[in-house]
Ligand binder design. Structure first.
Ligand SMILES: [Ca+2]
Ligand SMILES: [Ca+2]
Length: 225
């Protein structure tokens, strides 16, 4: 005896089949699963389409290049602007002039930048001593060269002049006019030697108080549309 649920073996026609639509439980689950699959397929299709559109746009549509510009009197190279002074000042005064123009004395960070600057200054110089201050100094600790932003000079990216017995930096404590500078030479400048026209290694240390031309650098501004 199984009470109300007593099995009726005489009328049993076997378990329900997939075609037996009389089973409400099976139909309910089947409809839900089908919808979920459709939603998932649709979502994947939308995502793939969006990814394809973005890929095509990036690959085939020309990107608007960001145009940069420099103030009057400054020259653009890469992302930076450079100013080559005609005025001659001490290293500190030169730096102050650069800072007043929202820049600083130049920091040389690549061989390409060194080539650009050397290419410029060798044409701007009219005499051997008309070199330009750069943003390099060892005034804090002798021999420890630092850029104006406080970073240490990378020896693999230094371009000190080395020719015969003239090996820079030499911290020489006499100037060309035979004046004695007890502190030696603690500021860097760039320029060519008159007799060595194409020497890319063209940095020299010099007494910071002497008057030299200078190179300022600042980040270029995006051109207004
Ligand atoms: Ca020095
Ligand atoms: Ca020197």
């Amino acid at each position: 005896m199984l009470g109300d649920k007593e099995l009726d073996f005489d009328n049993y026609s076997g378990p329900p089949t997939r075609s037996d639509n009389s089973s409400p439980t099976w139909r309910h689950n089947g409809v839900c699963s089908g919808r979920r699959v459709k939603v998932a397929v649709l979502t994947v299709a939308v995502l793939v389409s969006v990814a394809l559109i973005i890929t095509v746009a990036v690959l085939f549509f020309p990107r608007r290049s960001l145009r940069l510009h420099c103030d009057l009197g400054w020259e653009l190279n890469g992302p930076n602007c450079y100013y080559f002074s005609t005025l001659k000042l001490s290293w500190s005064q030169s730096r102050w002039q650069c800072q007043k123009a929202s820049g600083d004395l130049v920091k040389i960070e690549s061989r390409e930048e060194q080539r650009f600057l050397f290419g410029k200054v060798r044409h701007l110089m009219s005499e051997d001593e008309e070199k330009f201050w750069i943003g390099l100094t060892d005034s804090e600790t002798e021999g420890e060269w630092k850029w104006v932003d406080g970073s240490a000079l990378d020896p693999s990216l230094s371009f000190w002049h080395k020719h015969g017995n003239n090996i820079q930096p030499d911290d020489w404590n006499y100037s060309i006019s035979k004046l004695f500078y007890p502190d030696g030479e603690d500021c860097g400048r760039i320029g060519k030697k008159a007799d060595i026209e194409f020497e890319e290694n063209c940095w020299f240390d010099q007494h910071c108080g002497t008057s030299n031309r200078f190179i300022c650098e600042k980040t270029a501004s995006p051109e207004s549309p």
